[in-house]
Design a protein around this ligand. Structure first.
Ligand SMILES: [Zn+2]
Length: 338
């Protein structure tokens, strides 16, 4: 079975996608609207910076009554794609689809964040790579920082903790002196929602399915050192367009307006169903201002069919392997076609 037979629901939209990989851009955009919801206490920060949560001062909403500044928690774009790339690469590694490159005359498997990407695997081709001295592919998966819908004061908490010694007490087992080390962590509360749009440019049907799979299978976005941070991603819509649509921040502000309504502040936690409806309403309002061909919005029942297909596909490792191999083949046929 090939991809189109395996994925009839997604295949219904193939006219908006690239038939095979091409080096030249052609202006086909697939925008994935993702709701990211924390399921545990989570810390989002720039690794190694020693800083606390990443926050940004931005305008609360778009309506006149909400045009004041609030602080929102931010998940950096880097963090989001890095997590999803790793999840995808696990799959490629499992099916032996990461390629080897020669580094100092030694064969080495394609590795992330090294100076030796293979430049041939699905990850390199889709999320981009660059090697000094030749060979590069711009990332075809674009995203921005994602913002919390609610303000920092509502969705975070702080906790101080004492660092304990080996014996699990506050007293040094060697000197018997009391610990003086007190740390403070600021974290995002469970059931906090963030909105993110991943824009895929000039991708094939298989590549779109691969990114949807990576988003659905990613669940740990928090700071690595904290071992916190369970997140559930929900695909709220796929929008096919011939241009970039609205931004994460605009969507967040519009959804904030809708959910806040006449209230003094947002509810916490937000109801998933209310949020879903607000995303839908905001999407149609914001799309009305986009200059371009009429965007095609896939949500509700047709989107559910695509998600069900995704689940069925990933149940069977041999189907996954076949589907990944088909994506790869498109790279070589695309090159020849050029
Ligand atoms: Zn690679």
């Amino acid at each position: 079975m090939n991809i189109t037979e395996q994925l009839p629901a997604l295949n219904a939209y193939r006219q908006y996608l690239q038939p095979h990989y091409q080096r030249f851009p052609s202006g086909r955009y697939a925008n994935l609207l993702v709701v990211r919801k924390t399921l545990s206490e989570t810390i989002f920060r720039t690794e190694g910076s020693g800083e606390g949560l990443s926050k940004e001062l931005v305008t609360a909403g778009m309506q006149a009554s909400n045009r004041h500044a609030i602080r929102r928690v931010v998940i950096s774009k880097r963090k989001q794609t890095a997590v999803e790339r790793r999840v995808g690469r696990e799959l490629l590694r499992e099916h032996e689809l990461l390629k080897t490159v020669m580094v100092n005359k030694t064969p080495q498997l394609c590795a992330l964040n090294t100076n030796a990407p293979c430049g041939k695997c699905i990850d390199c081709m889709l999320y981009g790579y660059a090697v000094g001295g030749g060979g590069a592919q711009k990332s075809r998966v674009m995203t921005d920082d994602a913002y919390s819908i609610g303000p920092v004061a509502q969705i975070t908490s702080k906790r101080t903790f004492n660092a304990t010694f080996d014996n699990g007490t506050m007293r040094n087992p060697l000197t018997n002196e009391a610990s003086t080390s007190i740390n403070e962590d600021e974290y995002v509360l469970p059931e906090t929602h963030f909105l993110d749009i991943e824009t895929l440019k000039d991708v094939t049907l298989g590549e779109l399915q691969y990114v949807i799979g990576n988003i659905a299978r990613s669940s740990r976005y928090g700071a690595i050192s904290s071992r916190l941070g369970r997140v559930r991603n929900t695909l709220a819509a796929i929008i096919f367009s011939d241009t970039e649509i609205f931004s994460n921040l605009e969507l967040t502000q519009s959804v904030y307006d809708t959910l806040k309504g006449e209230r003094k502040e947002l509810d916490f936690p937000l109801s998933d169903a209310d949020l879903e409806q607000a995303v839908r309403d905001s999407t149609s309002a914001l799309l009305a201002r986009v200059v371009g061909r009429e965007p095609i919005v896939v949500d509700g029942e047709p989107l559910q069919r695509i998600l069900n297909e995704t689940i069925a596909l990933y149940r069977k490792p041999e189907d996954v392997k076949g589907f990944l191999q088909e994506i790869e083949q498109s790279y070589s046929s695309g090159m020849e076609a050029k």
